[in-house]
Design a protein around this ligand. Structure first.
Ligand SMILES: Cc1cc2nc3c(=O)[nH]c(=O)nc-3n(C[C@H](O)[C@H](O)[C@H](O)COP(=O)(O)OP(=O)(O)OC[C@H]3O[C@@H](n4cnc5c(N)ncnc54)[C@H](O)[C@@H]3O)c2cc1C
Ligand code: SF4
Length: 332
């Protein structure tokens, strides 16, 4: 690990101002940041510790809006009674992430900013080719072992998966990320615009300007959020990233069998949290039964491209979406 300067931020503006200096990184729970420094992927000149900033851990649940402060711990949010009641998908996506120790340490802001788990990206000593780490150097994964890589949103430059769970749940429900810059200006970005597709510049991952700090996330409360579910399929039952996951919510018409509103976002298959809007549009107005769901969720994988070892994700994803919807709708 390289030598670095450690600063404890005294205020939001102080934190943002310091971070806009070259080579600075925020430090929250440290579970990603310190990891990336240990494996030599990141070599920041200074870490700005934001964990002592007041007012950033609050969680508010009202009938219309859920607001979660960026410094709230994953475990606090997962266990919050109002969130479990009004938005099960948020709580479930956090319970199924990482381990108990990590969830007690890690923050919501840091979780949204976690980086890919591509093994080639995380091992700069063994693999020099990684366009995300070193633009223009190539991609070791495209012809390497790519079982855990993306099938949607990929480019010829990068096929790395977006690894997180919580952002997938937020994506299904059009959450807004609240950002504050060094001048105190506040900006709200729909999470669907926050994560950038790799294209030819996979090193650019977020719509975050220098010095901007995530202060909170806001989730509009809609009926489908109350009947929501997060299903995560993985190689082992806990402490593992998703092979495929689905964050879903459903609202039925008064007849109890026709879809009025449905939300679907997929994890473990895309380079960004993947909203399945085509599937949503085709399901609205249709009968909510297993046969219809199986038929229409096949659209999730339209346009998917596998790279050799990850073909299974193309068939797995629609099944995960179907099962998650059946659970959210109370059928299984
Ligand atoms: C072994 C292991 C398994 C894991 N499994 C999962 C999993 O299954 N699912 C899952 O979703 N995640 C998983 N994670 C990732 C974990 O959830 C993240 O490491 C954690 O959420 C990061 O939060 P943190 O507070 O520790 O962030 P830090 O490590 O402190 O920061 C991470 C990044 O975010 C930036 N940052 C932090 N806060 C802010 C802010 N408020 N505004 C702007 N930038 C900010 C930092 O500068 C840094 O670049 C796993 C991690 C490990 C180590
Ligand atoms: S998939 Fe992306 S992160 Fe992984 S080696 Fe290729 S360029 Fe790097």
């Amino acid at each position: 690990m390289n030598d670095f300067e450690y600063l404890r931020a005294e205020s939001l503006q102080n934190a943002s101002g310091e971070q806009s200096r070259d080579g600075s990184r925020f430090l929250a729970g440290g579970t990603t940041q310190v990891d990336l420094m240990k494996c030599g992927v990141e070599k920041p000149a200074r870490l700005i510790d934001i964990t002592f900033l007041p007012g950033l851990s609050d969680i508010t649940v009202t009938p219309h809006l859920i607001r979660i402060g960026a410094l709230a711990k994953m475990s606090q949010v997962a266990a919050h009674p109002g969130i479990k009641r009004s938005a099960p998908v948020l709580s479930e996506s956090l319970w199924r992430a990482a381990s108990a120790q990590l969830r007690n340490m890690a923050t919501i802001g840091g979780n949204l900013m976690q980086r890919t788990r591509c093994t080639y990206f995380r091992d700069p000593v063994a693999y020099s080719a990684c366009n995300k780490r070193t633009p223009g150097s190539g991609c070791a994964a495209i012809h390497g072992n790519n079982r855990n890589h993306a099938v949607l949103g990929i480019s010829d430059s990068c096929i790395a998966i977006y690894p997180g769970d919580f952002a997938v749940a937020l994506t299904a429900f059009d959450a807004r990320i609240v950002l504050q810059d060094p001048d105190g200006q506040i900006r709200r970005v729909n999470i669907r615009e926050f994560y950038l597709l790799p294209g030819e510049s996979p090193h650019l991952e977020h719509d975050l300007k220098p010095g901007e700090l995530i202060t909170a996330v806001e989730i509009p409360v809609v009926p489908a959020l109350i009947h929501s579910h997060y299903l995560k399929v993985r190689d082992r039952a806990s402490y593992e990233f998703a092979a495929a996951s689905a964050a879903v919510g459903v609202e039925l018409e008064a007849d109890g069998k026709t879809v009025r509103d449905v939300r679907i976002a997929m994890g473990g298959i895309g380079t960004v949290p993947w909203r399945a809007t085509d599937v949503e549009n085709q399901l609205k107005g249709k009968a909510f039964d297993e046969e219809t769901l199986r038929l229409i969720t096949a659209v999730v994988s339209q346009g998917a491209r596998s790279s050799g070892h990850n073909d299974f994700k193309i068939t797995l994803a629609p099944r995960v979406a179907t099962r998650a919807l059946l659970t959210a709708g109370g059928i299984s």
